[in-house]
Design a protein around this ligand. Sequence first.
Ligand SMILES: *[C@@H]1O[C@H](CO)[C@@H](O)[C@H](O)[C@H]1NC(C)=O
Ligand SMILES: *[C@@H]1O[C@H](CO)[C@@H](O)[C@H](O)[C@H]1NC(C)=O
Ligand SMILES: *[C@@H]1O[C@H](CO)[C@@H](O)[C@H](O)[C@H]1NC(C)=O
Ligand SMILES: *[C@@H]1O[C@H](CO)[C@@H](O)[C@H](O)[C@H]1NC(C)=O
Ligand SMILES: *[C@@H]1O[C@H](CO)[C@@H](O)[C@H](O)[C@H]1NC(C)=O
Ligand SMILES: *[C@@H]1O[C@H](CO)[C@@H](O)[C@H](O)[C@H]1NC(C)=O
Ligand SMILES: *[C@@H]1O[C@H](CO)[C@@H](O)[C@H](O)[C@H]1NC(C)=O
Length: 777
Amino acid sequence: MAFDVATAALLAVGLLAGSVSSAASQTYTWENVKTGGGGGFTPGIVFNPSAKGVAYARTDIGGPYRLNVDDTWTPLLDSVNNSNWHNWGIDALATDPVDTKRLYLAVGMYTNEWDPNPGSILRSTDMGNTWQETVLPFKVGGNMPGRGVGERLAVDPNDNSIIYFGARSGHGLWKSTDYGVTWSNVTSFTWTGTYFQDSSSSYTSDPVGIAWVTFDSTSGTKGSPTPRIFVGVVDTGKSVFKSEDGGATWAWVSGEPLYGFLPHKGILSPLEKTLYISYSNGAGPYDGTNGTVHKYNVSTGVWTDISPTPMASTYYGYGGLAVDLQVPGTVMVAALNCWWPDELIWRSLDSGATWSAIWAWNGYPNIDYYYSYDISNAPWLQDNTSTAQFPVRVGWMVEALAIDPFDSNHWLYGTGETIYGGHDLLKWDSSHNVTLKSLAVGIEEMAVLGLISPPGGPPLLSAVGDDGGFYHTDLNTVPSQYFHDPTYGTTNGIDYAGNKPAYIVRAGASSTLPTVSLSTDYGLTWSADYAASSSTVPGAVALSADGDTVLLMPTTGSPLISKYTSSFSTVSGLPPLAVIASDKSNNTVFYGGYAGSFYTSTDGGVSFTKTVSLGSSSAVNAIRAHPSIAGDIWASTDTGLWHSTNSGSSFTQIGSGCTAGWSFGLGKAANTGSYPVIFGFFTVDGVTALFKTEDSGINWQMISDAAHGFGASSSNVVNGDMSNYGRVFVGTNGRGICATASPYGQCGGSGYTGPTICPSGWSCTVGNPYYSQCVQS
Ligand SMILES: *[C@@H]1O[C@H](CO)[C@@H](O)[C@H](O)[C@H]1NC(C)=O
Ligand SMILES: *[C@@H]1O[C@H](CO)[C@@H](O)[C@H](O)[C@H]1NC(C)=O
Ligand SMILES: *[C@@H]1O[C@H](CO)[C@@H](O)[C@H](O)[C@H]1NC(C)=O
Ligand SMILES: *[C@@H]1O[C@H](CO)[C@@H](O)[C@H](O)[C@H]1NC(C)=O
Ligand SMILES: *[C@@H]1O[C@H](CO)[C@@H](O)[C@H](O)[C@H]1NC(C)=O
Ligand SMILES: *[C@@H]1O[C@H](CO)[C@@H](O)[C@H](O)[C@H]1NC(C)=O
Ligand SMILES: *[C@@H]1O[C@H](CO)[C@@H](O)[C@H](O)[C@H]1NC(C)=O
C-alpha cells in the first residue's frame, strides 16, 4: 500500500479529529538506500542440497537473506522491531534437505548482559516469508565471538522432523523431533565446549559452545532417523564427537589430532563418505594464527592432515570450507584471516592431497593473482585513493564458503565486508583464473551513525560504521566511493551548516590524519581539519550555522570546540557524552542534552550553561533544530518530546500520549508555510515505533509497519528531508539505510538535479517543462 494522499492532506490542514491515531492505516513505501555491497560480516552462507537455487546468507546484526536467481538477495526479517530487536542476530541457519521450503534460524544477539532476553528458534515453511517462534530456555549469541563457526543448527536429511541445535554458554546440545516446535536437552551429549576467547569481559568470557552438527546422510535410510551424527565443539581438547545410533549415545572420534585447535567447520562429502574439518587456534571472527585442515575417512576411521600450508609455517587459522557435492574430491578452504598481503582461498581436486591458491607469490613483491576482480556492484569496496602496495581484495573473516550443489561453476563466500563469488569457478581448474565478483546486491547490512539531507544538496549524506559514509547522489544508485581524503573506516558523526548547507563536517578515526574533516561542496570533496590530529578522539559533531565553528563530542573525554580551524579546546559546562546540535540559523548558538538536562551555548560553543531540567527526564536522546528558525529546537528524552522557541531557555512538553523519544528529524511540510513534519522513534500511547506528526505533536501516525520494524528504536538514526514532503530516512543498526519514497516529490524538470525515481506504485509525470512530479499510477 502506498502513502494515503487524501488522509495525509486532511491531517495536514487539521481537519481530522482525534488526538492520537497510532493505529492510522497509512502505509509508507519503504526502500533501502542502495549501497550494493553488504557492508558487514556474513558469517554463514548455506545452499539447500536438494533444491536448485535455494540458498541463504545469515548476518550477525542484520538478519537473514535469501538468494534470488539474478544473484540479488531478499531480506527475510524486516519485520523485526523494537520488541524483538535481537532477532537480527543470526547465530545459525538450516535449510531442510527434504521439505526444501522449510527454514530454521537460531536468533538472539548476545549471551551476556547486553541482551536481556533468551534466544529463539525461528521456523518457516515458506522459505522465510513468514515465521513462527519457539523461545529457548537460554540466550543465543548471533553477534558473539565464534559466530562464524557452524552451522550449529542442522536438519536430519533422512527424517526432517529431527533438528539439532548446539548451544553456547555450556547449555549443550538440543534436539527437536517436531520440526523445531519443541526442544529438549540431549543429556547424553556431555561436551558443552569450554573454550572462551579471554576473561577480560563478559562478552569474551562466555563459552562459544557447540560449533556444528553434521549428519552423515549416507548412514541412514529415508524416513528413519540418521544414525551417524558428527558434532564439533569449540574446545581446545577433544572436539569432534559422533553418534552411531541417532543421538542416543556419543563418543569422541578417536584419532582426532589434538593440537589445541578449534573445529570451525565440519563438512561432509557424501560421495566420498568423508568429513572435512577446518581448525583454527581462535574462535574468530578476527583472530587465528595457526590451524589445520583435516579429513576423517568415515569408512576407514583414518584422519589425514590435508592442510594447504604446513603447520610450522602457517600464520592463520582455517575457516570457510566447501565441497562440490557433484564432484567427489573437489574441496575448497579459506584462511579465516590472512591479513597480509590478502586473504587466501585454496581449491583441491584430489580430496586435499594437493591445493592451488587464489593468489601466489611470484618472487616478492610480485604476486600472481589467479582472478579478475569485478566490483561493479559496489565500486566503493576498493578505496580508489589508496596507494597500498598490496590491495586487500579477496577479503578477511572468511567463515562462509559454499559451492552451489547444482552448479559447479557457482560459488559464494562471505567476508567481513561483503559477499564475493562468481559463475566461472571451473576456470580455476582449466585456466586457473576466475572472476571474483562482489555479489551482495540487496544485502544492506551497514550500521548507520548519522544521516543528513542538507537543503540544496544531494538527497542524503550518511555516516556509517566500518564503511566510512557516503555521498548519495541518488537513493537508488550505488555510491562509487565512500568519503575520502581523509578516509575513515567508521564515520561517527556528520552535520551541515544551517545558513550554508554546502558546508559539512564529519568525524571518524584515522591512524594518520586529523579525525575531523570539512567540505564546502556538500561532501563531494573534503579537507582535513587540522584543528584535530589523528589522536583526537572522534564522535558526534555539530557545525555552526555559518560553518566556521565545529563542536565535537568525542566518544571518550570532554567536548571540544574549534573556530576557523584553530586547535580544538575543551568546552566548559557541557558533560561528556551529551547529545549535541547547532542552531541552524544563529552562528554562535549550540545545544547539548545530558541526564535529563538541557544546555545552551551562546558564545560559539566555548561554554555551555544548563538552562532547564526537562521535567523528570533522566536522559536526553536527541536534539534537532528547526532548519531556518533561530532558537526553535526539539529534544527527545526518556519522558517524551520537548519543544523550545527560545534557544532552550524554556521547554514545553508535547502531550498527546508521547512518553519517550529517540532519534528524530524534521521534514518538509505538506503545505508551503506550514511547520515541518516531525518523524522519529517515539513511544506514543504505549507503542514504541516510528511515528510522524504533521502538527507538532497533536496527532501522531505510526509509519513503521508489520513488514518494516527497523529493529531497536534506540539504535536508529532518523532524519527528514526538507525538500521532499513525506520522505524520511531511517539509519538502522545492521539493516542499512531505509527511506520512504517521496510521494509528492519533484522527479524531473528543466534545471532539476534531484532524484528522478518514484516509489513503486508511483510514476514521474510531467506537469510542465520545469516540473515533473511523482504521482500515484
Ligand atoms: C513488533 O513486532 C511484534 C512481533 O512481531 C508484534 O507483535 C508487534 O505488534 C510489533 N510492534 C509494533 C509497534 O509494530
Ligand atoms: C544440557 O545438557 C548439558 C549436558 O548434559 C548440560 O551441561 C547443560 O547444563 C544442559 N543445559 C540445560 C539448559 O539444561
Ligand atoms: C577413504 O579410504 C578408502 C580406503 O582406504 C579410500 O579408498 C578412499 O579414497 C578414502 N577417501 C578419501 C576421501 O580419502
Ligand atoms: C602451530 O601449532 C603447532 C602445534 O602446536 C606447532 O607445532 C607449530 O609450530 C605452530 N605453528 C606456528 C607457525 O607457530
Ligand atoms: C587473471 O586474469 C586477470 C584478468 O584478465 C589478469 O589481470 C591476471 O593477471 C590473470 N592472472 C594471471 C596469473 O595470469
Ligand atoms: C575515485 O572515484 C571518484 C568517484 O567516482 C572520482 O571522482 C575520482 O576521480 C576517483 N579518484 C581516483 C584517484 O581514481
Ligand atoms: C544569536 O544568539 C545570540 C546569543 O543568544 C544573540 O545575542 C544574537 O542576537 C543572536 N543573533 C541573531 C541574528 O538572532
